[in-house]
Design a protein around this ligand. Structure first.
Ligand code: N0T
Length: 523
């Protein structure tokens, strides 16, 4: 039978997010793709800034660069569109063979409309802002402004229409809608417009999703009513923008979250109220069916905080994508934790040489030394990225990062085999209590390739794979431990075989770029 909708020869399939059995993949060129990301700084969305972007990209070697496209730059005057920056960016990305994720900075860029055109952000009557309970007007646009929605949506539709015809190569693989939406300083809008809405019954879709009985927002949600209401309306607003954009060009679309603390969240308004924080993910899922995923921006260096956030955003109904993370060295190892949580991608923030630093969130200075631990991640994983993305879709990827004070980590692989990862021991032999690394820089990745075969890599870690059955463990040996890499067509290229000292005391990784194919056996 002929395909339902034939594509012109040479045109690549449109990227999409797929879910099977609660596991996810981002398909690029029709196959699972792992985003090895790099996000540029907030003001690097101009042609003159790009010359300071690429030198950092050449050091880090991501496969995807994340760049803002500001509403103010594409529609400086109402109805007059200018996509010249997008075209420049597309051409330069293609020259460097990287994909792009575009960030639509519009109604909300961290609470405020600073990236909206002057004709929007200076017209409070037409585009109303959030009003607090005590009557103050905040610099955060209200999700209840119909004219605001229409204007944002119209501009976004034009952007997607432009991309559809300017990018048959699918250089752009995903689009972020807004940036860390939500409101600081008030749980919601209390303007008369919003208040009327608040007194209406909770929408049926939301009741069904959460299994609640009908009533007003206050009746149904009690103390959470104000925040859930704001989240619902921001999510509905963004979903309508996404829906219209997808009607032009259905790229995957996501919303990123300014997180609240996983254990001590504080009050909505202290964190971005109405954004996709961990307590309102279900509200967003109900309100925004055109959004493929909700992505955490993780600026919490502490192990339990970081990994708890990964847990909460990696769900059968939500592919994990770490849209931003700090670019300080201590964050680098969490790339492996993200892979262990089935991430479709991960991206440090602030990757360019524009001489800006968001310290203390990130590093004090951006330079090749700062980039090195992140570059090591990508050197290790890039050749196997397609293999990993496919394996992740099938639940065969295990990744972990070093936790201070926990120098030994044990976890099951497939039921037959367990992993033991040890930090801070020498490569040759060792007895006693492992000390952990002087700084917690260690990480490990184990991808199951077959019943007894694994792809293994790591950073400052010793990895052992031990049979779960002690009788098997007593007789286990390596059939082989082969160091090599994958070529561009995904074929394994053998470099050398590890044996003797290199295998007698586990598989010891340093900061060398080493990828192993390990086959276990018993005698
Ligand atoms: C991020 C970035 C950029 C636990 C900060 C993080 C980016 C935005 N916001 O450089 O502005 O566009 O998404 C907010 C983190 C708040 C502090 C959390 C401390």
């Amino acid at each position: 039978a002929a395909p339902a909708r034939a594509r012109p020869a040479g045109e690549a399939p449109i990227p999409k997010v797929v879910t099977e059995q609660g596991r996810h993949a981002l398909l690029v060129d029709g196959k699972p793709f792992l985003v090895l990301g790099a996000q540029v700084n907030n003001s690097s969305n101009w042609p003159a800034a790009l010359e300071h972007v690429w030198p950092a990209i050449e050091v880090l070697k991501p496969n995807t660069v994340m760049v803002p496209v500001a509403w103010e730059q594409v529609e400086p005057e109402e109805g007059h569109f200018d996509f010249s920056f997008v075209d420049t960016l597309l051409a330069q990305a293609r020259e460097r063979d990287v994909r792009l994720i575009l960030l639509w900075f519009a109604t909300w860029k961290n609470n405020g409309p600073n990236y909206a055109p002057a004709w929007v952000k200076l017209d409070n009557a037409r585009f109303p802002r959030v009003v607090t309970a005590d009557g103050r007007t905040l610099n955060s646009l209200s999700p209840h402004g119909q004219a605001t929605l229409e204007a944002d949506r119209k501009a976004f539709v034009r952007l997607m229409r432009h991309l559809r015809q300017a990018d048959p190569q699918r250089t752009v693989i995903m689009v972020q809608l807004q940036n860390e939406p939500g409101t600081y300083g008030s749980v919601r809008d209390f303007s008369p417009l919003a208040q009327r809405e608040f007194e209406r019954p909770v929408p049926e879709t939301l009741l069904r999703r959460l299994g609640r009985q009908p009533g007003t927002w206050r009746e149904v949600f009690g103390a959470d009513a104000d925040e859930f209401f704001h989240a619902w309306h921001i999510a509905r607003y963004i979903d309508q923008v996404a829906e219209a954009g997808k009607a032009e060009y259905p790229l995957p679309m996501y919303i990123n979250a300014a997180l609240r603390g996983p254990f001590n969240p504080g009050q909505p308004g202290q964190y971005a109220s109405g954004g996709p924080t961990d307590n309102v993910l279900d509200v967003y899922k109900a309100a925004a069916p055109h959004i493929d995923l909700l992505a955490p921006d993780i600026y919490m260096p502490e192990y339990l905080h970081y990994t708890t956030v990964l847990d909460r955003y990696s769900r059968p109904d939500n592919p994990l994508f770490v849209a931003e993370t700090g670019n300080r060295g201590e964050y680098a190892r969490y790339f492996f934790s993200a892979l262990g949580h089935q991430a479709i991608g991960w991206s440090p923030f602030g990757i360019d040489y524009t001489r800006y630093s968001n310290w203390p969130l990130g590093a004090k200075a951006m330079n090749p030394e700062t980039l090195e631990p992140f570059a090591l991640n990508y050197r290790l994983v890039a050749p196997a990225a397609r293999v990993i993305a496919q394996a992740s879709f099938e639940g065969r990827v295990h990744g972990t990062a070093e936790q201070p004070g926990e120098p030994v980590q044990r976890f099951p692989l497939d039921g037959r085999w367990n992993a033991v990862v040890t930090y801070g021991v020498p490569q040759f032999w060792f007895q006693g209590q492992p000390p952990g690394n002087p700084e917690p820089v260690g990480a490990a990745l184990i991808v199951q390739l077959g019943p007894d075969e694994f792809l293994v890599t790591g950073i400052h870690a010793r990895v052992e794979i031990v049979a779960a059955d002690p009788a098997v463990a007593a007789r286990q040996i390596y059939a082989y431990v082969d160091e090599g890499t994958y070529d561009a067509d995904g074929r394994w290229r053998f470099h050398r075989r590890w044996n003797g000292d290199q295998t007698d005391y586990g598989l010891n990784f340093s900061d060398a770029t080493q990828l192993l194919r390990v086959k276990l056996a018993t005698y």
